[in-house]
Design a protein around this ligand. Structure first.
Ligand code: PMP
Length: 384
């Protein structure tokens, strides 16, 4: 048992350094980051390529208005567009996942001339008035109503309901390829294809929110590639700058052509751009998405073997993994932190979410599995 002080939920006080998949408190105690950085550090903490790029840029130029071409932004733009699926040939930088979705919905409306937005139950797209309107949970929304209007919710994963909701007045269908906040919900095979077909038929935009699933997390650079579907708009943030605050909206030509203006002062600033360039090129060149696929499969197999019937389900893709528990996820996350120095993240009441940096190896996966087995299935463990 660790002797640190913790705030609620088992969060150690005094984390001051990170390296690779680990976080350290001031006295040098190590914690495995299995979700503490919330998918924002795919390359691990303090990755040398990102640190170097950012430090150099801070020393040279931190800001000039985005109407002036700056090398680090040009480099970030080129790396991002090269890394997004074919057919998405333009991009805008912004400051967060929420803003990326806000811009995506605006672009879809201006490009189609329509206003209706179809979103899914249990979705999370952000907390500004527009992205919040497409977010499912009432808890986040009720106090702020009325939000942006004309949003229809359909049950996530239900092809028929989705197909029926999309009509000639639809501007956009917005979906997470796998829902993160909603509990690591993986839709049935063919679901995104249905969304693709129906939006195409209706002349609506398919917006895929890859804020949590993107940047290699699900075993491909983008989860939509795994599903064989190219959206009209793809939003990203979280891991895009390996921990620096930046988002982006990648768009097909017809969206770019029809998009009215959207901008913000700090969008694509020189420093975050240096981080984006270093992060995207390192992820691609060093093939971290393929590593995430491999280690994610290993992790899920080992979890299934070790936890068996003691949990309801282990699901996910790559290193976006959810363990559906028979007990409260908060309690398990707390025990993991206090007893095993592992920092995971609940998603809803009964799902424990594992979102480690993509650079974990089998040793870290084993550490996670052993710790969870000790907490959840101690009897099964002593028999083996
Ligand atoms: N979309 C998804 C799928 C997310 O998981 C999140 C953050 N949890 C957001 C959007 C919002 O991103 P941000 O917090 O960067 O605004």
């Amino acid at each position: 048992m660790s002797d640190h002080d913790f705030v609620s939920g088992g969060k150690p006080i005094g984390i001051e350094r990170g390296e690779g998949p680990s976080l350290y408190t001031a006295d040098g105690t190590e914690y495995l980051d299995a979700g503490a950085s919330y998918a924002c550090t795919p390359l691990g903490h303090s990755h040398p390529a990102v640190v170097e790029a950012v430090q150099e840029q801070v020393g040279e130029l931190t800001f000039v208005d985005s109407s002036y071409p700056v090398q680090s932004r040009e480099d970030a733009y080129a790396a991002l567009v090269a890394a997004t699926p074919d057919g998405l040939d333009g991009a805008w930088f912004c400051n967060s996942g929420t803003e990326a979705n806000e811009a995506a919905l605006k672009f879809a409306r201006s490009a189609t001339g329509e206003s209706k937005i179809v979103a899914a139950t249990r979705s999370f797209h952000g907390r500004t008035m527009g992205s919040l309107a497409a977010t499912w949970k009432d808890k986040y929304k009720k106090p702020y109503e009325p939000l942006a209007g004309d949003v229809e919710f359909v049950p996530y994963g239900d092809d028929e309901a989705l197909a029926a909701a999309v009509d000639d007045e639809t501007a956009a269908v917005i979906l997470e390829p796998i829902q993160g906040e909603g509990g690591v919900n993986v839709p049935p095979a063919g679901y995104l294809e249905t969304a693709r077909e129906r939006t195409e038929e209706a002349g609506a935009a398919l917006v895929l929110d890859e804020v949590q699933t993107g940047m290699g997390r699900t075993g491909e650079m983008w989860a939509c590639e795994g599903a064989g579907v190219t959206p009209d708009v793809l939003t990203t943030a979280k891991g895009l700058g390996n921990g620096l605050p930046v988002g982006a909206v990648a768009v097909a030509d017809w969206i770019a052509d029809g998009a009215a203006s959207h901008n913000a002062t700090f969008s694509g600033g020189p420093v975050v751009s240096a981080a984006v360039h270093a992060t995207v090129s390192t992820l691609v060149e060093e093939e971290w998405p393929a590593h995430a696929a491999e280690i994610g499969d290993y992790l899920v197999d080992e979890l299934e073997t070790a936890l068996g019937d003691e949990v309801r389900e282990v699901r996910g893709e790559g290193l976006l993994v959810g363990v559906e528990l028979k007990r409260g996820a908060n309690r398990i996350a707390r025990d993991l932190a206090l007893e095993h120095q592992i920092l995971a993240l609940p998603a809803g009441r009964t799902v424990l979410r594992l979102l480690p940096p993509l650079v974990i190896g089998e040793d870290e996966a084993d550490r996670l599995v052993d710790a969870l087995a000790e907490i959840i299935a101690p009897e099964a463990q002593t028999q083996s």
